[in-house]
Design a protein around this ligand. Structure first.
Ligand SMILES: Nc1ncnc2c1ncn2[C@@H]1O[C@H](COP(=O)(O)OP(=O)(O)OP(=O)(O)O)[C@@H](O)[C@H]1O
Ligand SMILES: [Mg+2]
Length: 455
């Protein structure tokens, strides 16, 4: 054994490889440099493989990396041995290393064969990219469906509620309203009879005289017609509100219908009346209507009303927020709201009176929403809803139609209003755009075809 090892490592009886090069320095150096570079490169490759395996823990063929590493290291070592044997002819050792290299490389080559089909079955980067793209599309679709579902749910419960209330109130109010003119007529007749009695019997018996004084008949004769007229007005108002509620919910109508867009806007305004008339710390919001001569529009009326409701609600939110922020600034931005409105030409300042409040610094006296409608391109209608609130920055404007984007405090905004409005307008084959800048107000432009083009 000892003898074998001695023979194995012996240099005796062999000539160093350098002799074959006749020790010509340039040839020797050329071999040294080339072999060194090859060996260095070979040794660096396993380091790269280790790094790759470390980073891609999910790589399925790790064992092949180990084989590659071993094969490359042994290749590198054969080149080191080539340098060594220039001076030290330990050819047994170098041959042995070559044998190891041959075995490892042969094994690696054989081991590679069965994994080729598996490797081919792996998706290519372009296939992965395509799958990724498809996934993104599916995700977008899912998110948009989710948005629609949430809003539809929200609106359908609101619609049901509104329709339910309208239905319940409708009968009794029609009953009251229908009878007010009769009551009016009967009362007038009775009062005439009393007046006639008073004229023909100026001195009634003591009992009648006592009662006449007790009930203050003169006052009743004067006040009763006035009370009846205000009751009639009240009943008329309730009836109109009920009509608007029914119009807004439109639960009793087919989905697609030719409607008067102005009716939809007006009934939406009735729904929002409570917010518009100002309460507590908020001044009244003046609604300026500049309605054009629009043809009837074929659409999903309930859904379009939902768009008006979302946009008008946002405008009211923005105006209320402007009041709050102006108060916190001590009223210093008072003029910018109106002065800077890019659509102030839309806003008819005539008839929009200022509203003074308890707060001396509050000088916003023209909280305004301007609704303008017009026909464009003969077969399209445009509805513009502008407010002179605080407007929005470019960054916010870029995102307003994204589902769940909101700048409102948690709990007060879901960020779905405009996303769903955008979908509804697109579904009508129309366009929803927004013009806004900080402190310059906001205007939403809804353009829809008069004939429904289902997209
Ligand atoms: N008229 C407006 N003035 C200023 N900012 C507005 C106006 N309308 C919309 N925005 C901005 O667009 C955002 C998104 O509006 P969107 O209606 O989609 O959601 P939201 O009002 O926050 O919540 P909700 O789902 O309850 O409507 C708002 O949070 C607000 O920042
Ligand atoms: Mg909103």
């Amino acid at each position: 054994m000892l003898q074998f090892l001695q023979n194995f490592f012996t240099e005796a009886s062999f000539i160093p490889h350098g002799h074959c090069y006749l020790w010509q320095p340039s040839l020797v150096w050329l071999n040294i440099v080339s072999d060194s570079v090859i060996a260095l490169v070979y040794y660096s490759i396993p380091a790269i493989l280790i790094y790759f395996a470390h980073k891609r823990k999910d790589f399925p063929f790790k064992w092949i990396l180990v084989l590659f590493g071993a094969f490359i290291i042994s290749c590198g070592t054969t080149h080191i041995m080539d340098i060594w044997t220039l001076w030290h002819p330990t050819y047994w050792v170098s041959s042995f290393i070559k044998v190891i290299t041959a075995i490892v490389s042969a094994y690696t080559a054989v081991a590679l064969l069965p994994i080729i089909p598996q490797a081919l079955a792996l998706p290519s980067p372009s296939q992965l990219e395509a799958a990724n793209f498809q996934l993104k599309l599916t995700l977008q679709e899912l998110s948009s469906t989710q948005t629609q579902l949430i809003q539809t749910e929200k609106m359908s419960s609101l619609g049901q509620l509104v329709a339910g209330i309208a239905h319940e109130i409708n009968n009794p109010i029609n009953f009251i309203y229908g009878n007010t003119s009769l009551v009016d007529e009967y009362t007038e007749n009775l009062l005439d009879v009393i007046a006639l009695y008073q004229k023909n019997y100026p001195l009634p018996v003591a009992e009648i005289q006592a009662l006449t004084e007790k009930i203050d008949l003169d006052f009743i004769q004067d006040d009763l017609p006035k009370i009846l007229s205000s009751m009639k007005m009240g009943a008329d108002r309730i009836r109109n509100i009920v009509l608007s509620l029914r119009n807004f919910s439109r639960l009793d109508e087919a989905e697609i219908k030719k409607v008067d867009i102005h009716e939809g806007i007006d009934s939406t305004l009735v729904i929002l009346q409570n917010r518009l008339q100002g309460k507590g710390n908020y001044p009244e919001i003046h609604v300026i209507k500049e309605y054009g001569n629009l043809p009837k529009v074929e659409c999903y009326p309930r859904q379009l009303n939902q768009v008006f409701l979302n946009i008008l609600n946002n405008a009211i939110d923005a105006l209320e927020e402007s009041v709050v922020s102006q108060r916190s600034l001590g009223g210093s931005h008072a003029t910018s709201f109106n002065g800077g409105n890019p659509h102030k030409q839309l806003v008819n300042s005539e008839g929009v009176s200022g509203k003074t409040t308890d707060n001396a610094q509050l000088t916003i006296d023209k909280l305004q929403i301007c609704i303008r409608t017009e026909v464009v391109d003969s077969n399209q209608v445009m509805i513009r809803i502008a407010d002179n609130g605080y407007g929005m920055t470019e960054a916010v404007k870029q995102k307003i139609f994204e589902p769940f984007f909101t700048t409102k405090p948690v709990g007060s905004g879901t960020g779905l209003g405009l996303a769903i409005s955008y979908q509804i307008v697109s579904k009508h084959g129309g366009l929803l755009n927004c013009i806004s800048a900080p402190l310059q107000g906001t205007e939403f432009l809804i353009q829809i075809p008069t004939q429904l083009k289902l997209s």
